[in-house]
Structures are given as C-alpha cells and as structure tokens.
Design a protein around this ligand. Structure first.
Ligand code: PGA
Length: 265
C-alpha cells in the first residue's frame, strides 16, 4: 500500500512572533508542496494563532507539541485539545522524549526532571482526548543510549507502544502516526544508521500486526523517523520501505533546510 509521506517540523521552544512569521514566509517561498507529501509545522503554543492565519492559504497543516487531556477547568498552565481544535490544529505530538523527561545530551538537573514527567498513562489519556477532537496524534517512542547499549531497544519501544495504545481498537488507529526517535540522536547531530532506523520502524509496524491482529492496520500506520534529520540524510531515510517521513527538530528552523527535507520525501 502506498502511504502518503509526512514531514513534521517541531520548533520546540524557539522563535517569537516576528521570527516565526519570517520563517514560515521564507519556507513557503522555497518549498514545493506536493499532493503526495503532508507537511506539518508544530510551533510553540504562543505562535499557533498567528501561524494559522499565515498557513491558511497553503496546504501546510498546523500541529501542537503537547496537550492536556481534560476539556477545560482548573488546570493552571495547561492547554486542552478543545483549545487546539479551536485554533485549527490538526496534529499534535505526544510522548516526545523531552516531555517524558528523557534527554540525550541536554543537562537537566535531577531535581527538575519531575517537571517533564509524561507517563504512558498520561500519553494514553492525551491520545484519547485528541481523537475526540479529530486531531491526529504523532506518538513518539525511542530508547536512550544506555537502553540501546543494554540491548533493550525493542523491549523499551514495545513497552511504550503497549502503554500508550493498549486501550484502543484497531479501527481507531487506521490513520495513526508513530515517530521513532532514538533519544541519543535528538539534537545531538548523531543520526541512527539508515538500516537500523528502517529495522526499528519495521519492528514498530510488526508490533501493530501482532498486537491488533488486523492484517490491514499495519499498512495504514505512518511511521516517521526523527533524530538529527537533515537535508543530507533525509532522502536515504525516507526511501526506506518502512519509513514514511520524518519528525524534524533543529533543521525545521532553517527554511532552506526544511524545504529540502520536504523535497526529499
Ligand atoms: P532534532 O529533533 O531533529 O533536532 O534531532 C527531533 C525531535 O526532537 O523531534
């Protein structure tokens, strides 16, 4: 089955109104949008409203980087899926290693890690809440360097998938997006070797086959690779049979680079 490629830019905690708008404008001038590639831009919450206006005439989708699961109420500092839907958000990252508190190189004081304490249970709640508003989750999974060195890569990924998705039916997951993001490759400049990224993405597809027993489901799931994707490695990564595009951090902040990465898909 031919799956539509997807390239998502995760701006993380970067850019202000002026610089965010300038980036989008430059990107729109350089990018050649095609029917067979979905492009998603995930700015910080503060820029969603403004970017919605700027992306209105393009076919680029607007994504958020995180969400809370309740609809509204006394949850200081949180943003609900209802609020995202109101802003025209169509995609939302969940379970990113940074919101799970699993960092590659960034030094984070041990006593502040609790702030990033996303768990499999909260991820499952977020996915359910996003589905309710027809927002497509992009579920991130991936192992740390220590877990890889201990030979636990597949076990960790299976645990993350199981924890986030075991309460769902196959029918709910037909348009689901998973991003394989090895923690040690995020923002470090170290990319996972193409064959290894493909092997793990195939493992993820097989997990859906075994878990849900629906023979059609695995062919519909889009699996992205993320972790130091750049224009020089995107083409090779995206041409693998089980890699359906990328989740791009640092390189999505450069209009030229991001346009080239989209062109590689
Ligand atoms: P990176 O980030 O491309 O800067 O490695 C990827 C991500 O965290 O989604």
């Amino acid at each position: 089955m031919q799956r539509t490629k997807l390239v998502a830019g995760n701006w993380k905690m970067n850019l202000l109104q002026s610089t965010g708008s300038a980036l989008v404008e430059a990107f729109l001038q350089k990018v050649e949008l095609r029917q067979d590639v979905d492009v998603v831009v995930c700015p910080p919450y503060t820029l969603l409203g403004r970017l919605r206006e700027e992306l209105r005439r393009s076919h680029i989708h607007l994504g958020a980087q995180d969400v809370f699961w309740a609809e509204e109420g006394a949850f200081t500092g949180r943003v609900s899926p209802k609020m995202l839907a109101d802003l025209g958000v169509s995609h939302c990252i969940v379970g990113h290693s940074e919101t799970r508190g699993r960092f590659g190189k960034l030094e984070t004081a041990e006593n502040t890690l609790g702030f990033f304490a996303e768990t499999e249970e909260t991820i499952a709640l977020k996915i359910r809440a996003l589905f309710f508003h027809s927002i497509e989750p992009i579920l991130c999974v991936g192992e740390t360097l220590a877990e890889r060195q201990a030979g636990q890569t597949e076990a960790i990924i299976a645990k993350q998938l199981e924890g986030a998705l075991s309460g769902f039916d196959a029918a709910e997951l037909f348009f689901f997006v998973v991003a394989y993001e090895p923690v040690w490759a995020i923002g470090t400049g170290e990319t996972c070797a193409t064959e290894e990224a493909e092997r793990i993405c195939e493992f993820i597809r097989d997990w859906f086959r075994t878990k849900f027993g629906d023979p059609d489901l695995p062919d519909h799931i889009r699996i992205l690779y993320g972790g130091s994707v750049k224009s020089v490695n995107a083409k090779e990564l995206f041409s693998q049979p089980n890699i359906d595009g990328g989740l791009v951090g640092g390189a999505s902040l450069d209009a030229n680079e991001f346009a080239k990465i989209v062109a590689s898909a």
